[in-house]
Design a protein around this ligand. Structure first.
Ligand code: ADP
Ligand code: MG
Length: 732
């Protein structure tokens, strides 16, 4: 079937047929590819390549341009690709370590090929003969050397290894273990699969767009992304595939926006242009400080949304400590003023409880009736609370996922606030929103306010939250001093302890954070970073150590396996200042607010993600005093070696205090296609597009997608798995 035909049909509302030959529908088994036997197929399946579609969709992470000559003298600008003459053989080392060294030259320079584990090259590389050579060179002991090279005699016939642009595939551990080793195997199989299948792959982008954007047809793009005939063609192929992916994403985002606009609810109040309501002014008066400009703007945005005729869907971004909770309370007051109820959902018990305490302190005096709903409320208390919710005797309920249990019924849920929204799955967010529909008064979709401590870089927010309104709190409450951050080697931990002791003497408090809970859990079941636990400090044993190191200061332990009562008591004691030192895991990462704490010491900092470190650091510096963050990293003999990447990341922490910048940096360091991290932006992983690098294509795709939807809101798109997954993770 012709792809343009399909699109014309789709645009005219014809919904039935999905053409059989979109790339992702090539579900032929791998063994159908010539040269792929059962064993190879099984090996590839282990790393997620189960069929032809997955094989062709396993895009290269890089390309080696072996089509242009780069003489030896150009070694410092990248890989060399040249024809050399073999000058001499040379052997060094003894016995099993005996290694061949082959001296070669081209017109520009001489070089030595160090043939580790390749003694057989002595037979292949005959002195005096010409060979084609590709490799990376470096200068060592006064000569140009390479250990990473490929070479073959000119007489060996035209090989696919030279004279063209070759793909370099990402190899999982499983793939590297497949017989005949990953790279060459994949190159061979992909080439074969392209020959057998590529010509039947259909376009997915609407035909007119392919033309207007000067894109390739999908079949050509797939061929060219693997084996481009020129760098120019490669770029065009990449543009095509990136555009396709982002176009899909934006169509889906746009449809969601349309749906939301359709599900208008009746306006329940007179418009007042986002001005403060009396209850809100009351709260303002009671605060010992005034709102920051960012908070004021956010509150005004929210008021305007909630006065409008459709449900608010707003993302409130603000760095750690920027005061989002307070903004949420203003939204709560706005919801309750219309005789509604509000729910604040938090990812951890600890945080939910802290919100509940703040609500009791700030909202109760205004006549509001808050309640705290946790998963392990005793049966009797629980049923009383649920009855009160259904009767409308409770105005605002704060809690964890317990808020959307089946038996929780609201009388008139008008606002849902989701704190640390990226920690919730879409099903959870939908479950709580559905509580609005099932409210006893039947009010329809409640307003939604999602809050996030900025792990979402601006550019990415634009992609996936294209249908959300966004408020950004870019400023901090006045008087905050930036936290001073220091890196320290494990062996210098003593100096850090000395420093912390001085802070304790001055009346301050300190957090010590470890990647593991206790040393008994060597099975990798720890709550934070996973992996080898040998040589790692853990919170349980270090809590004991702390008592020895700081005998005059009470220390306590907190981690996710303690029961809630213990957690609550510990946090309370820390907040009241009775406990001076908290040995913790990253449970304290989210939201915890104890202004008198001035030191955050993170052990094995290289094991934490950047955004986790930023969150942890955000636990201190909340009062007016100078605060300090010490990132202690393991040396090689202690824990796993600190990688280059790890060092870079820790440096980012030294140089930046801005969560936005840190999130972008993290993204940049991890590189395209690597944005999936458990701890941040996990929902934004795309196949080939990199929303940061490809932001211009993203904007173009968005424009095109929204324009098409404008013409035809019913526009049907073939399902796209990558996009579906992204939306699944990110949608409100
Ligand atoms: P986050 O945005 O990280 O959730 P919080 O809501 O926990 O930040 O607020 C951090 C701290 O700042 C709290 O102790 C809060 O009372 C305080 N705070 C909030 N707004 C202001 C303000 N405008 N001026 C001074 N302090 C504020
Ligand atoms: Mg918060």
């Amino acid at each position: 079937m012709d792809s343009r035909q399909v699109w014309d049909d789709a645009a005219s509302g014809f919904a039935g047929v999905i053409p059989a030959m979109f790339l992702r529908e090539l579900d032929a088994p791998l063994v159908s590819v010539k040269g792929a036997g059962e064993k190879i197929a099984a090996g590839l399946a282990l790393s997620g390549i189960q069929n032809v579609a997955a094989l062709l969709g396993h895009y290269p992470r890089d390309w080696e341009d072996r089509s242009r000559t780069v003489p030896l003298s150009g070694w410092n600008r990248g890989p060399v690709c040249t024809t050399v003459k073999v000058l001499a053989h040379d052997w060094f080392g003894f016995g099993a370590m005996k290694t061949l060294k082959v001296h070669v030259e081209d017109q520009s320079a001489r070089a030595a090929l160090v043939c580790f584990n390749r003694p057989f090259l002595a037979r292949q590389l005959v002195v005096g003969e010409s060979c084609r050579l590709w490799g990376r060179f470096y200068y060592k002991f006064g000569e140009l050397q390479s250990t990473a090279f490929e070479i073959e005699g000119e007489g060996e016939g035209a090989s696919s290894r030279f004279g063209s642009i070759l793909p370099v595939y990402p190899l999982s551990a499983e793939l590297s273990r497949v017989p005949s080793r990953g790279q060459n195997l994949l190159r061979r199989l992909v080439r074969q699969a392209l020959n057998q299948y590529a010509s039947s792959v259909d376009d997915e982008i609407p035909g007119p767009l392919v033309k207007a954007k000067n894109l390739l047809h999908k079949a050509d793009a797939i061929r060219a992304i693997h084996f481009p005939s020129s760098m120019k063609e490669l770029e065009q192929a990449r543009q095509t595939l990136v555009f396709e992916e982002l176009f899909y994403l934006e169509v889906a985002v746009g449809k969601r926006a349309l749906e939301r606009r359709r599900s208008d609810r009746q306006a329940t109040s007179v418009r007042n242009e986002g001005r403060m309501l009396p209850l809100q002014t009351d709260l303002l008066k009671r605060l010992p400080f005034s709102l920051t400009p960012g908070q004021q703007k956010a509150v005004a945005d929210i008021n305007r949304d909630m006065d409008g005729s459709c449900a608010m869907a707003r993302l409130l971004q603000g760095d750690v400590g920027s005061g989002k909770t307070l903004v949420a309370f203003f939204a709560v007051l706005r919801a309750i003023d219309g005789a509604g109820q509000a729910a604040i959902l938090a990812p951890t018990e600890l945080l939910a409880r802290q919100h509940a305490e703040n609500a009791a302190r700030l909202l109760e005096p205004l006549g509001l009736r808050p309640a705290f709903l946790t998963g392990n409320l005793k049966a009797q208390g629980r049923s009383r609370l649920l009855a009160a919710l259904a009767d409308g005797e409770i105005d605002i309920v704060l809690g964890t996922h317990a808020l959307f249990s089946k038996d929780v019924v609201y009388r008139n849920l008008r606002l849902v606030v989701v704190d640390e929204q990226h920690r919730f799955g879409v099903t959870q967010r939908r479950a709580i929103l559905a509580k609005g529909e099932t409210s006893l008064l039947g009010g329809g979709a409640p307003h939604l306010l999602m809050m996030s401590a900025t792990p979402i870089p601006r550019t990415l927010a634009l992609t996936v939250f294209g249908d959300l309104d966004v408020s950004v709190i870019a400023d901090m409450p006045p008087g905050r001093k930036p936290v001073k951050t220091h890196l320290a080697k494990e062996s210098n931990a003593g100096k850090v302890y000395d420093f912390v002791r001085k802070e304790l003497e001055a009346g301050r408090q300190a957090y010590f954070v470890y990647p593991l809970i206790g040393d008994e859990e060597a099975d990798g079941a720890e709550e934070t970073e996973t992996g080898n636990s040998r040589g790692l400090k853990d919170a349980v044993s270090m809590a004991g150590e702390m008592r020895k190191i700081f005998p005059r200061y009470p220390a306590s332990l907190i981690h996710s396996r303690l029961d809630d009562e213990q957690k609550r008591e510990t946090m309370e004691a820390f907040r009241r200042g009775e406990v001076k030192i908290l040995a913790a895991t990253s449970v304290v990462e989210v939201g915890v607010d104890v202004p008198n704490a001035s030191c955050m010491v993170v052990h094995h900092a290289e094991r934490f993600g950047l955004s986790a470190l930023h969150q942890l650091r955000g636990r201190v510096g909340r009062g007016g005093e100078q605060a300090y963050c010490f990132l202690i990293y393991s040396e090689e003999e202690a824990g796993p070696a600190l990688t280059e990447d790890g060092k870079q990341r820790l440096k980012v922490m030294l140089e930046n205090n801005d969560g936005f910048v840190i999130a972008e940096e993290d993204l940049r360091l991890r590189g395209p296609g690597q944005i999936a991290g458990v701890e941040q932006s996990g929902y934004l992983k795309l196949g080939i597009a990199d929303p940061v690098r490809d932001v211009n294509i993203l904007l173009a795709a968005k424009k095109d997608a929204f324009a098409m939807l404008e013409n035809d809101p019913g526009l049907l798109l073939p399902e796209n798995r990558v996009v579906a997954e992204v939306l699944e993770r990110a949608s409100p």
